[in-house]
Design a protein around this ligand. Structure first.
Ligand code: TMP
Ligand code: ASP
Length: 238
């Protein structure tokens, strides 16, 4: 397969055309941003680790019956995905209170929410991804109620699969963000699943193993991404 012209460059990835019309070539970057790009930095090897970690989760989900856009790795930093028509809604699934939810509702970080809480955000950098609800999604015609029902069911299934998988690796899945798109009328999971888009805590120590280490200047950022990769695969990148 051939990598053709760059279509788009986002905060964490570059997207290229390929010689196959329904496939894209994704290159993961080491650039890191937080708080809608107010904070900018670079995490050594993040692109490689997130590419490999995302591929690992997408393969796990595919064998568990969750359709997703991942096709194959090209190299350590790049992967081929199906070209989706992205639905501009970010789906956040939370098991424990943390981050923006803990702040907004005055909750202690780590509070068990009993059963998962699903939040939706309107995917708009200009508006800083505001929180929205089902009625907003319908009114703005971002997705149909039927599509949102499917998306919610898949997101909760992803939560079950990943929570059970990660607990075996001594990781608590605190919360995560998913994006979906349409591929020939079918709703498919897209984007990435990585320490950039999830909160991972060590089961015993509750140490953070994710992008909160960058957001909050906690240090050992690269080491934490490496640690997640090591726990998932038993391997280390050079
Ligand atoms: P939040 O608590 O800041 O709303 O984040 C919830 C989850 O979503 C957390 O696992 C990090 C992830 N996330 C993203 O993937 N992209 C984003 O832009 C934000 C704000 C959060
Ligand atoms: N990636 C988002 C940004 O730059 C936010 C985040 O992950 O905290 O702004």
């Amino acid at each position: 397969m051939q990598k053709l012209e760059k279509l788009y460059e986002g905060k964490a990835k570059k997207v290229y055309k390929t010689d196959q019309p329904d496939l894209l070539w994704i290159a993961y970057k080491d650039d890191a941003t937080a708080f809608n790009s107010l904070k900018k930095g670079n995490i050594a090897n993040k692109g490689v680790l997130n590419n490999l970690i995302s591929a690992h989760f997408f393969e796990l989900l595919a064998v568990s019956g969750v359709p997703n856009h991942f096709v194959k790795l090209v190299n350590e930093r790049e992967q081929i995905v199906k070209d989706l028509e992205i639905i501009p809604v970010e789906i956040i699934v939370r098991n424990l209170a943390a981050g923006s939810m803990a702040k907004r509702l005055g909750l202690a970080e780590g509070l068990d929410l009993g059963s998962p809480v699903v939040d939706y955000c309107y995917k708009s950098d200009q508006l800083s991804d505001p929180l929205i609800n089902d009625d907003h999604i319908r009114a703005l015609k971002l997705a149909t109620p039927g599509q949102m029902q499917v998306i919610r069911e898949i997101a909760l299934k992803v939560n079950q699969i990943l929570t059970a998988y990660l607990i075996e690796k001594n990781i608590i899945l605190v919360d995560f963000k998913l994006e979906f798109g349409l591929h020939k009328e079918e709703i498919i999971l897209g984007d990435e699943i990585s320490p950039d888009t999830c909160r991972f805590w060590d089961s015993q120590t509750k140490e953070k193993l994710d992008k909160d280490r960058f957001r909050r200047d906690l240090g050992r950022v690269e080491e934490s991404y490496q640690e997640v990769y090591r726990r998932l695969t038993g391997k280390e990148i050079q």
